[in-house]
Design a protein around this ligand. Structure first.
Ligand code: GAR
Length: 208
């Protein structure tokens, strides 16, 4: 894509995925810059993490909606992302569905991480869904975001075993270890201009 990846992270919680991206950049294994962090949760820990690394970070309410980002709030998110020069939007534990205005503002440049091996277990608390269903394998997926929920073209997936005696917490923790590898890996491929979306598949091209 030529231009360096300027990442805007959207998150609602702890921000451990955002941290993994910041750490990969600091370790020189990802050529990108996190230029801003936005959250819809006023006291989200992701704000502290951003502050620690000197990354501009802000709370922007998603009201009046609870589970989607639409209307005026969405416009404000887009305005702030553009003001920071963002060219790649990274959803990292952002618990709202982004809608068409965001996708149109950053075409094929909105990514999400989902804590399941999609298309299994879309939606919320997917690790719990996997445990209750009784799968032997769980995992995570990094994908491009499209108009529907958790359906966009898949970039990276990583699997973990479901162990006897797992609780939702132990399984989620095991999945998160892989998430912290999967997101930097997907962004490295994007930064290297190695991804081509072909229908609903993502081709990974060799490094130049
Ligand atoms: C992650 O496990 C992520 O996959 C999940 O929220 C967690 C956020 O953790 N996202 C979703 O469930 C989205 N539907 P983090 O704040 O520590 O990165």
């Amino acid at each position: 894509m030529g231009e360096k990846l300027k990442i805007g992270v959207l998150g609602s919680g702890s921000g451990s995925n955002a941290q993994s991206i910041v750490d990969a950049i600091a370790a020189d294994t990802l050529d990108a810059k996190v230029v801003c962090v936005l959250t819809d949760v006023e006291d989200a820990r992701i704000l502290e993490r951003a502050a620690k690394h000197g990354i501009p970070a802000r709370y922007i309410s998603g009201a009046p909606y609870k589970t989607k980002l639409e209307g005026e709030a969405e416009q404000e998110y887009i305005r702030v992302l553009k003001a920071h020069g963002v060219n790649c939007v990274v959803l990292a534990g952002f618990m709202r569905i982004v809608k068409s205005a965001m996708l149109a503002a950053f075409p094929n440049r909105v990514l999400n991480i989902h804590p399941a091996l999609l298309p299994a277990f879309p939606g919320v608390a997917s690790w719990k869904q996997a445990l209750e269903y009784g799968t032997r394998v769980a995992g995570c997926t990094v994908h491009f975001v499209d108009e529907n929920t958790d359906t966009g073209p898949i970039i990276v997936q990583r699997a973990v075993p479901v162990e006897p005696g797992d609780t939702p917490e132990t399984l989620h923790a095991r999945i998160q270890v892989e998430e912290h590898k999967a997101y930097p890996e997907a962004l490295r491929l994007l930064a290297g201009d190695r991804l081509r979306i072909v229908g609903r598949r993502v081709e990974i091209h060799p490094a130049q």
